[in-house]
Unconditional design. Structure first.
Length: 596
């Protein structure tokens, strides 16, 4: 290896020979490393997973191994997962055009074995569909899973411990690969510009340009260099920063079409982004121009980068907190692995079933992104038509729906009435029953208080039972006020989004309406706090929507009336009530049906 390295240095020193070497050296490396590795990887696959039917090749170097494993298995499907444009990535972008054309030809040849292509953004998907002539091409951005940011995430972050910086010191964080074209020298110049004298810059990562970052740190006490951390710990480190930077420079086609992981990781940790004005970053932090998640910049201009950092750090505290919440909400609602992985899960399912996979159009064109939804009921659900309609319709639209209800006599503890819909009933203790009565003057309020206490105990038991289920929903739908304690606890443990279905005006209904005003105000205060935490509030008519909006200061709830599905009346018309009561068909019947 040492003589080969010395020869390579000598060859590069002669321009014409250097160009020739840069054009052929990738072939030498491919023959000496990729080929032997592919055979070894394929042998391991044969011995460890002989039943495999899908072979998922991550990037071009893995394709030969996937092909060899498939051939040995005697069949199966290959998925080519393209992280970047191989001939335009890293040092390959500096090779002669004829060498890059050879790489592209090799990629087309090997990719011809694939049944589908997966890549990291829509711009790459369009280019690969044309270049490789393979369908389908599925997009799955490299977003982290939803993460629940602790209240003290910034000040208690290991990032501040590792750098020795206190809570009052603003930190700008670059994390990821340290390589040419990533704006390292631009950041070093920007941090020295006026207005950023108190700001510290932290580089966290490895790569060929790490020494450049270390040199900046040696020249300034406000620049720090840290080693990378495991992905499972990364977000708690990122959360300690005030601004995350992604100044990818458009030096190569690969950079111009990139979607940096660090952007999605920053949003998940609740940190606004200063990023290059390129499509892969613009579509994320500028998705809503009226509420951006950071600032887009010219990555080659230190002054522009410095101004963008200042524009975030100089905001009042309330505005910075609002921006942080906006980043977290965007990560929970859209930019997360639960959402992005739906396409590749569907692809794997279809390939395993031997089906031709059809790529869904983007959600903006009307097709929903599949979500995991959990409905929480403070009842058995046996007679809850509203929940049944919500849950079944969502399951029919491709979502995974779990209904968590209370146990009841004669009802199964778990059932699946239709595909993608599961009902789980948990023990919450005996029903509180009807309100007791008393002839004593003060007995009524006392017994009513006892009934409320029993209700609270049932809610607590249901909450503990649900915690043991280890559910991981994207959305938690609380059906009524008494479902809110269980639902908000589940939201707090999983980071899911909360939906509150205010099916009645709880503090003005039934037994609560008979309580003294001061006690009713306690229930109203609690309902208001929960309602303001919800991403969406539903209710059953416009009068209730106006009341909830006015009383709790929330956005106007969405009205979903308890209408029925269209029903074709049979001929002859059924007479079930008269048959049950033994009445003549001509008898007149006035009916009340519902709760007593």
């Amino acid at each position: 290896a040492i003589p080969l390295a010395a020869a390579a240095v000598l060859i590069r020193s002669v321009p014409r020979i250097g160009d020739l070497w840069r054009g052929v050296s990738w072939r030498v490396g491919w023959a000496m490393s990729v080929g032997p590795w592919a055979q070894a990887a394929a042998r391991l696959a044969w011995s460890q997973v002989p039943e495999a039917t899908i072979f998922w090749a991550h990037d071009l170097r893995a394709l030969p191994a996937a092909i060899a494993a498939r051939d040995h298995a005697g069949g199966g499907s290959i998925v080519y997962d393209v992280h970047e444009i191989f001939p335009e990535a890293g040092e390959h972008a500096l090779r002669p055009a004829w060498a890059r054309a050879q790489m592209a030809a090799l990629e087309r040849h090997l990719a011809g074995n694939a049944r589908a292509v997966v890549t990291v953004n829509d711009a790459l998907a369009e280019r690969l569909a044309d270049a490789l002539a393979i369908q389908p091409v599925v997009t799955a951005r490299n977003c982290p899973p939803r993460w629940r940011r602790p209240e003290d995430a910034r000040d208690a972050s290991p990032l501040r411990s590792a750098t020795g910086l206190g809570p009052n010191v603003p930190i700008v964080l670059y994390h990821g690969g340290l390589a040419p074209g990533r704006g390292i020298e631009i950041l070093g110049a920007a941090i020295e510009l006026p207005g950023l004298e108190a700001v510290h810059l932290v580089f966290m990562g490895q790569g060929p340009s790490r020494q450049q970052a270390v040199a900046l740190a040696n020249a300034s006490s406000r620049v720090h260099v840290l080693d990378p951390v495991p992905p499972s710990e990364l977000l708690s480190w990122v959360a300690g920063a005030d601004v995350a930077v992604a100044p990818i420079q458009p030096t190569t086609l690969n950079h111009r079409l990139s979607s940096p992981n660090k952007v999605f990781e920053a949003l998940a940790a609740g940190v606004p982004v200063v990023g290059s004005d390129i499509p892969g970053i613009r579509e994320v932090i500028g998705a809503d121009p009226s509420a951006p998640l950071g600032v887009l910049v010219d990555p080659d201009d230190p002054a522009d980068v410095a101004a963008a950092i200042r524009s975030i750090l100089d905001r009042p505290l309330a505005e910075r907190e609002a921006l942080r919440r906006r980043c977290i909400a965007a990560a929970h609602d859209r930019w997360n692995w639960e959402t992005e992985s739906a396409g590749i899960v569907a692809l794997a399912r279809d390939l395993a079933a031997g089906m031709d996979h059809q790529v869904a159009k983007p959600a903006v064109e009307g097709l929903p992104i599949p979500q995991s939804i959990c409905f929480v009921l403070p009842s058995t659900g046996a007679f809850d038509a509203r929940t049944a309609r919500f849950a079944s319709d969502l399951a029919d639209r491709g979502h995974s729906v779990t209904v968590v209800a209370r146990s009841g006599p004669g009802l199964p503890s778990e059932e699946s009435p239709r595909p993608r819909l599961r009902i789980i009933r948990v023990d919450s203790g005996p029903s509180s029953g009807p309100a007791p009565t008393s002839r004593w003057r003060f007995g009524g309020p006392f017994l009513e208080a006892m009934r409320i206490a029993r209700v609270i105990r049932r809610v607590r038991r249901q909450r503990r039972a649900v915690a043991r289920l280890n559910l991981r929903p994207d959305i938690v739908h609380a059906m009524g006020f008494l479902a809110l304690p269980v639902a908000t606890d589940l939201v707090g443990r999983t980071g899911a989004r909360l939906v509150y279905d205010a099916r009645d005006l709880y503090v003005e209904s039934n037994n609560i309406a008979r309580l003294p005003r001061i006690l009713r105000s306690v229930f109203a205060w609690r309902e208001g706090r929960w309602a303001r935490r919800a991403a969406t509030v539903f209710t059953v008519n416009t009068v209730c929507a106006e009341y909830l909006q006015r009383r709790y200061g929330i956005e106007r709830p969405i009205v979903v009336m308890n209408g029925q599905r269209p029903w074709q009346i049979p001929d002859p018309r059924p007479n079930l009530i008269r048959d049950r009561l033994g009445l003549q068909p001509v008898s007149k019947v006035a009916l009340y049906h519902g709760g007593f």
